[in-house]
Design a protein around this ligand. Structure first.
Ligand SMILES: Cc1ncc(COP(=O)(O)O)c(C=O)c1O
Length: 395
């Protein structure tokens, strides 16, 4: 009687899950595992934000809100964009969703019809191709070049854009490479899509976590009206478990986006919205900026340590909290590297396999989501591991 739709076959499991299960088994057996595989901030949600949620719960705010969210939340997001990017966006263009994951579902549903093709540069966030497939959109992945620092250049677009490509989805700062697109690169993407009457979606979930430039530009600074953006409270605001994100949609899509939110989710999660209202108050910025500075300090420690051990990070580590390292000098595949490093030295990392691209088995993602002393300990363990490899070449 039970029959699963073929769509199900398009949605792959994450290969890293076996590794995470192994790390948990080791920890249960008492091992001191250092977690560099985790894609979420280790910082807790700031106390005033948690207190706001407590207060909301005490006051009985545990029912649905309007699908457009609590009064004031869209305005608070609009204010954030004015402060951060100096762009003025109508509050109703902010569509609140369960995480950026919900925002991706809403936006992809509205952007493309079934069977239309979206171009996805890889290495990239694996759910993009899976969500597209579930929506019967055709994901076409194309490899970014490590030799060019995983940069999205006009040449890359010219090579990989097909006559029937209707949309492009990029992330900046990117997962897993940490690559940040500057104003010029974003302008190229905007012009490219405009000239082809195609849609552009930029995933800005790691915004606020740029490490090398004073400002990480939003695509909305370049084109405030005709592009789609997704973002979330998960990363910069340290609220992964609260499941609250947003999309910024073009004015013409506001009504349809609200109808989709009503039907898919009814409303964004209520308690999380109360917390988010507090998180967006400007007096919280100092704490978030301290966290950003801490991430930057950790990035420096890990980047220098990995380079000393002969690893090459083609994209550097401009943003987010990831370094994507070429491990080919170890003589191991990414899967072998991550498995052995976990088993032999109790350091958990993410092999490139899930992220796609030209040579995923040659790359490993290191997340600096733990304290500097733990990163230093991880580097010492990694050094010992490298010394044990017969084929490892130091550079
Ligand atoms: C690039 C990217 N986009 C979207 C998401 C989804 O995040 P969330 O649903 O927690 O907002 C993630 C999560 O890791 C991500 O890395």
């Amino acid at each position: 009687m039970v029959r699963l739709a073929r769509r199900e076959q398009q949605v792959g499991a994450f290969q890293v899950m076996d590794l995470i299960a192994e790390a948990q088994r080791l920890m249960a057996a008492g091992a001191d595992v250092i977690h560099l595989e985790v894609g979420e901030p280790d910082f807790p949600t700031p106390a005033p934000v948690v207190e706001a949620a407590h207060r909301a719960l005490d006051q009985g705010h545990n029912r649905y809100t309007a699908s457009s969210g609590l009064p004031g939340l869209q305005q608070a997001l609009s204010d954030l964009y004015r402060r951060r990017y100096d762009v003025k966006l109508a509050p109703e263009r902010f569509i609140l969703t369960p995480g950026a994951s919900g925002a991706l579902q809403v936006v992809l549903s509205l952007m493309l019809d079934a069977g239309e093709e979206i171009l996805l540069p890889e290495p990239g966030y694996p759910c993009n191709r899976h969500i597209s497939s579930v929506l019967n959109i055709k994901p076409r992945t194309a490899p970014l070049e490590a030799a060019l620092g995983f940069d999205l250049t006009p040449g890359w677009l010219a090579r990989h854009w097909h006559a029937d490509t209707r949309a492009l989805l990029v992330s900046s700062p990117a997962n897993p490479t940490g690559k940040v697109l500057d104003e010029r690169s974003l302008s190229v993407l905007v012009d490219w899509c405009r000239e082809r009457d195609a849609q552009l979606l930029v995933d800005e979930i790691y915004h606020g976590l740029g490490h090398d430039r004073a400002h990480t530009p939003s695509v909305l600074e370049i084109e405030p009206d005709e592009v789609w953006v997704v973002n979330s409270f998960s990363k910069y605001f340290g609220m992964t478990g609260w499941r609250l994100g947003w999309a910024v949609v073009p004015e013409a899509a506001v009504d349809a986006a609200n109808r989709l939110v009503q039907n898919l989710f009814l409303a964004p999660p209520t308690l999380s919205q109360h917390a988010a209202l507090r998180a967006l108050k400007s007096d919280m910025e100092e704490e978030y900026e301290e966290r950003r500075a801490a991430f930057r300090g950790r990035r420096d420690v890990l980047l220098q340590g990995l380079e000393k051990l002969g690893f090459h990070m083609p994209a550097g580590g401009e943003g987010a909290f990831y370094l994507y390292a070429d491990i080919s000098h170890t003589g191991l595949s990414a899967m072998e590297f991550s498995n052995r490093l976990l088993l032999e030295e109790h350091v958990a990392t993410t092999p490139g396999n899930d992220f796609g691209g030209a040579a995923p088995h040659q790359f490993v993602r290191f997340a600096y989501t733990c304290e500097v002393d733990r990163l230093q300990e991880a580097l010492s363990r990694l050094e010992r591991f490298m010394a044990s490899l017969p084929r490892a070449q130091s550079k």
